[in-house]
Design a protein around this ligand. Structure first.
Ligand code: PLP
Length: 394
C-alpha cells in the first residue's frame, strides 16, 4: 500500500512528525491523577488559541460534527428559531442538523462563494422584536467554497438590534490557521476540531462556551446524553472524564498548541494569508477563476478553483492523482465537478505550496484544461516578496 504524504486537501491536514511522536505514548489510567496533568493544559491551551480568558472549554472524543451537535443540543429546545446562512456544504449540514433536532431554521440563502451576509442578519434581527430567534449560526470558514466570513460583523448585527440570541460559530477549518477572537467577538459557543488547523489526527471536537450559553444549557430542552456539558463539567474540573478520553490525542493537542505558540499565532495566521495570496496569484495567472469573487472573503486556508465550462474538475483531480500521487479537494454538492479545492492549512510551508501548485499546473496540462502557463512563477513572485526588504537592505 502506498501512502501519500503530504496532503493538499483542506483537511485532515498534514501531521508533523513531532505530533505523531507526541501521540505515541503508552496507555495511562485515565482515572488516576496523572490524567489531570494532560487535561488541564489541553483545556487552557484551546482557550488561549481561540483568544478567550474565561470560556468553559470541553473536549469530546469525536469529529467536528459532534462538536456542532454538542453546541445545539446543550443550548436549545425543540421549536426554537435559528438564523443561519447557507453558503456552502458545511453551513448546509449544520442547518440540516438543526432541522433534524426539531429546530426552526430561518435560512438566508447565500450564493456559494459569498461570505455570510451580516447586513441581512442585521435586518432580520432588528425585525425580530419579540426575540423569537434563539441562536445565530455562522461558519467562520466555509470549507466547501473557500470563503471566510466576518464574525465581528455578525456580533455587531446582534448588538445593533439589542438581540439576545446566542452566537454559535463553526471554526472547524479556521481555528489555529485564521485569526479568531472568541471573547472580542462575543461568541457564545465556538465549535472546532483537531484535524485541520491543529494538525492532529481526527478525533477531538471542542466547544468553548460563554457564561450566557452555560446558563442557557440549564433550561434547554433538547435531549443529550453523551454530549452533555453538565456531565462533562463536574469531572473535568477535578481532572477527570465521564467516559474514556482520547488521551493520546490530548498529548498531541498539548504539543500542537506549544508548536503554534513557538511560531507565534500571528505568524501562523500571516503564513496562511501569504500562502492564500500566492495561490490566488497562480490561479489568476493560469487564467482560471477563484470561486470566491470578493477578495476580502477569500479564505487564507484553502482556494476553490473553477474549471472552465465544459471541463470536469473531477477528471482533472483523477489525472493529478494518477500522474503525481497528489490529492486535491473535490467540489461538494452544488459545485460538484465544477471546482477543485487546494488546501493550504495546518502544517504547510513555502516549498509544500510550490509542490502543490506545480502539481496543479502539470495536472491542468495533462487533463487538457485550457490554461496559461506561468501560475507557479506568479506564486514564486508573491512568496519572494516577504524577503524583498531584506534583499534591498543587503
Ligand atoms: C471539516 C468541517 C466540518 C466537519 O467536521 P468533521 O470533523 O468532518 O466532522 C464542519 N465544518 C467545517 C467548516 C469543516 O471544515
Amino acid at each position: 500500500m502506498s501512502f501519500q504524504n503530504p496532503v493538499f486537501i483542506p483537511g485532515p491536514t498534514n501531521i508533523p512528525e513531532a505530533l505523531h511522536k507526541a501521540c505515541d505514548m503508552p496507555t495511562i489510567d485515565h482515572r488516576s491523577p496523572l490524567f489531570g496533568q494532560i487535561l488541564h493544559p489541553a483545556r487552557d491551551g484551546v482557550r488561549k488559541v481561540l483568544k478567550s480568558e474565561n470560556a468553559e472549554v470541553f473536549i469530546f472524543p469525536s469529529t467536528g460534527t459532534g462538536g456542532r451537535e454538542t453546541a445545539l443540543s446543550n443550548c436549545l429546545s425543540a421549536g426554537d428559531q435559528i438564523l443561519a446562512a447557507r453558503n456552502g456544504m458545511f453551513s448546509h449540514r449544520w442547518i440540516d442538523m438543526c432541522q433534524r433536532h426539531g429546530l426552526e431554521v430561518q435560512i438566508v440563502e447565500t450564493p456559494w462563494g459569498d461570505g455570510l451576509p451580516a447586513d441581512l442578519y442585521a435586518e432580520i434581527l432588528a425585525a425580530d422584536t419579540q426575540h423569537q430567534i434563539k441562536a445565530v449560526l455562522a461558519t467562520h470558514n466555509e470549507t466547501a467554497t473557500g470563503v471566510k466570513s466576518d464574525i465581528a460583523a455578525v456580533r455587531r448585527a446582534l448588538d445593533a438590534a439589542g438581540h439576545p440570541a446566542l452566537l454559535m460559530v463553526d471554526t472547524i477549518s479556521s481555528l489555529a490557521s485564521v485569526e479568531f477572537k472568541h471573547d472580542e467577538w462575543g461568541v457564545d459557543v465556538t465549535v472546532s476540531g483537531s484535524q485541520k488547523g491543529l494538525m492532529l489526527p481526527p478525533g477531538l471536537s471542542f466547544n468553548a462556551i460563554s457564561d450566557k450559553a452555560m446558563k442557557a444549557s440549564e433550561s434547554a430542552g433538547l435531549k443529550r446524553a453523551y454530549w452533555s456539558w453538565a456531565e462533562m463539567a463536574g469531572p473535568n474540573d477535578t481532572g477527570y472524564f465521564p467516559f474514556t478520553p482520547a488521551t493520546n490525542l490530548l498529548y498531541g493537542l498539548n504539543e500542537a498548541i506549544d508548536m503554534l505558540h513557538e511560531e507565534g499565532l500571528d505568524n501562523v495566521f500571516a503564513r496562511h494569508k501569504r500562502h492564500g495570496a500566492a495561490t490566488r496569484a497562480a490561479v489568476e495567472a493560469w487564467g482560471l477563476e477563484v470561486l470566491c469573487q470578493v477578495p476580502e472573503h477569500r479564505s487564507p486556508v484553502l482556494t476553490a478553483v473553477m474549471v472552465p465550462e465544459g471541463h470536469s474538475a473531477d477528471n482533472f483531480r483523477a489525472v493529478t492523482l494518477r500522474n503525481y500521487d497528489m490529492s486535491l479537494g473535490n467540489g461538494l454538492s452544488k459545485v460538484a465537478d465544477r471546482v477543485f479545492r487546494i488546501g493550504h492549512l495546518g502544517d504547510f510551508n513555502d516549498l509544500m505550496l510550490c509542490g502543490t501548485l506545480s502539481g496543479v499546473e502539470m495536472g491542468l496540462r495533462d487533463a487538457g484544461i485550457p490554461y496559461r502557463a506561468g501560475g507557479v512563477q506568479a506564486a514564486l513572485e508573491v512568496l519572494g516578496q516577504k524577503f524583498d526588504a531584506a534583499r534591498a537592505a543587503a
